[in-house]
Design a protein around this ligand. Structure first.
Ligand SMILES: NC(=O)c1ccc[n+]([C@@H]2O[C@H](COP(=O)([O-])OP(=O)(O)OC[C@H]3O[C@@H](n4cnc5c(N)ncnc54)[C@H](O)[C@@H]3O)[C@@H](O)[C@H]2O)c1
Length: 277
């Protein structure tokens, strides 16, 4: 197992009860970190914290809806009381309900922005206040490749994730002199409950897998390593950066199987570009 040098570090993860957040929590705990998992679904947070304790690590699970500032402040205070001063935070809580822009009501738009962007700020603020005061700490936001480009049926989500990248860069600039680093991991398509709930299987196959040069979805664990790297001392001079972890999806225009331009799917199927891997 790769050692990210996070033994005994205290790490707080929002949205840690499922998918990518849970994978980050598990990898951090396996590396010896003390982890606080916060999630809007209490049982998820409790369940993941129990998994971490089964690994022999100190861990806590907290109910936290990032839409509530007061709860964010209270949970961060409780985490520091129980586990010690925070060394790292991963802001991972997010939702991605599909909706065509023409049909999208205010409520759908606002909820997505409220959780993914404003909620992220609410949860980072009490952590940043403490880290800035202590002059040390690292924060990783989980954005998305949808924060770098648009996505049909996801106007609200794309807007929120572009906002997350803007937030990451602004905080990096504001807190850099105070010893606090802020970076973002921008996942591509990751096989998690969120993805399975929101993407029909045929869309997954044709619209998504086609566009991933590596020809497969990411496993949640594959987002965890890059996240822990950004939290670690190996990334001591990285701040304000956005690391795409997307199997090559955002690398260029022709990001499809074997680099093929599938304006001509028929050519691919006829074997013109070789067999898809
Ligand atoms: N799965 C993907 O393909 C993918 C791609 C790019 C980015 N992301 C981002 O990664 C993050 C995690 O996604 P995932 O795929 O692991 O999803 P997931 O649904 O498996 O996990 C998200 C967790 O966030 C929690 N959550 C939702 N709203 C919350 C709130 N208001 N307060 C606190 N917690 C809340 C959920 O309860 C859930 O446990 C999200 O920010 C998502 O936008 C995912």
């Amino acid at each position: 197992m790769i050692d990210y040098g996070l033994k005994d570090r205290v790490i707080f993860i929002t949205g840690g009860g499922s998918g990518i957040g849970r994978a980050i929590a598990l990898l951090a705990a396996r590396g010896g970190a003390r982890v606080a998992v916060a999630d809007a679904v209490a049982e998820r947070a409790t369940q993941v914290a129990a998994e971490l304790r089964d690994l022999g690590m100190q861990a806590m699970g907290e109910l936290l809806d990032v839409r509530d500032s007061q709860t964010c402040d209270n949970v961060v205070a409780r985490v520091e009381e129980q586990l010690g001063p925070l060394d790292g935070m991963v802001a991972c809580a997010g939702i991605s309900p599909p909706s065509a822009a023409t049909d999208m009501g205010d409520e759908t738009w606002s909820r997505c922005l409220d959780v993914n962007l404003t909620g992220m700020f609410r949860s980072i603020r009490p952590v940043g206040q403490r880290m800035v005061q202590r002059k040390r700490g690292a924060i990783v936001t989980i954005s998305s490749v949808d924060g770098l480009g648009g996505h049909a049926g996801r106007a609200h989500y794309s807007a929120s994730k572009h906002g997350v990248i803007g937030l990451t860069r602004a905080l990096a600039i504001e807190w850099g002199r105070h010893g606090v680093r802020v970076n973002s991991v921008a996942p591509g398509v990751v096989d998690t409950p969120l993805l399975r709930a929101n993407i029909p299987p045929d869309h997954l196959q044709y619209a998504m897998l086609d566009r991933i040069p590596m020809g497969r979805l990411a496993r949640a664990e594959e987002q965890a390593g890059p996240t822990l790297f950004l939290l670690s001392d190996a990334a001591s001079y990285l701040t304000g950066s956005v690391m795409t972890v997307d199997g090559g999806t955002s690398a260029g225009y022709f990001t499809r199987w074997n680099g093929a331009d599938l304006g001509s799917r028929a050519l691919l199927e006829a074997g013109a570009y070789g067999e898809p891997q």
